[in-house]
Write a new protein. Structure first.
Length: 183
């Protein structure tokens, strides 16, 4: 079935699987086909914001667990909680642009009881900034490369995301192997 809504649905739910790849895909589609812009921008932005916001609730729900509550009362955790609450903007801004920092930071915000409205506002701000940057880069590359090479943008985007994910998986496996060797 070839639905005209399929690219929009894929892009909207993409951030729930892999945020960076979904944003690159949306920006590449938009750069290749101007009819996708600006709708694709707002679809990926909505998906990105919603996929980030639900992570807050994972941290909040963790506090229902007795062991998690006990962990939250440890001195170093309380110190971290104070820092995250005091520097929420810097924490979430950094998490948006530092690889592998988003999920732990967003879950921590829920765990540490960061004001939900403040969290949502900052998430929307950082997601918008991130999306604008990626779209601008893809559209500028499309302009520089010209129509003859526009078909390369999606390939570049998906390849970059694939390489990024592969590197992170390898790092994770190497880290686990080092832990196993040291125990």
């Amino acid at each position: 079935m070839d639905s005209p809504l399929l690219p929009y649905i894929s892009v909207f739910f993409g951030p729930f699987v892999q945020e960076d790849a979904a944003v690159l895909l949306a920006a590449s589609l938009s750069a290749n086909n101007p009819s996708y812009y600006p709708t694709m921008f707002f679809v990926i932005l909505a998906g990105l914001i919603l996929s980030d916001i639900w992570k807050y609730w994972i941290g909040w729900a963790a506090l229902k667990n007795e062991r998690a509550r006990a962990f939250a009362e440890k001195k170093h955790v309380i110190d971290l909680k104070d820092k995250v609450q005091r520097y929420t903007l810097a924490t979430l801004f950094g998490a948006r642009f530092i690889p592998l920092a988003r999920v732990p930071a967003y879950v921590a915000c829920g765990f540490f009881g960061v004001n939900y409205a403040k969290f949502c506002l900052i998430i929307a701000l950082t997601a918008t900034l991130y999306t604008i940057i990626i779209f601008a880069i893809c559209h500028l590359l499309g302009e520089v490369m010209g129509e003859k090479f526009e078909w390369l943008l999606p390939i570049i985007g998906v390849s970059a995301a694939f390489i990024f994910v592969t590197v992170q998986i390898i790092r994770s496996k190497l880290g686990r192997n080092k832990e196993a060797d040291s125990s």
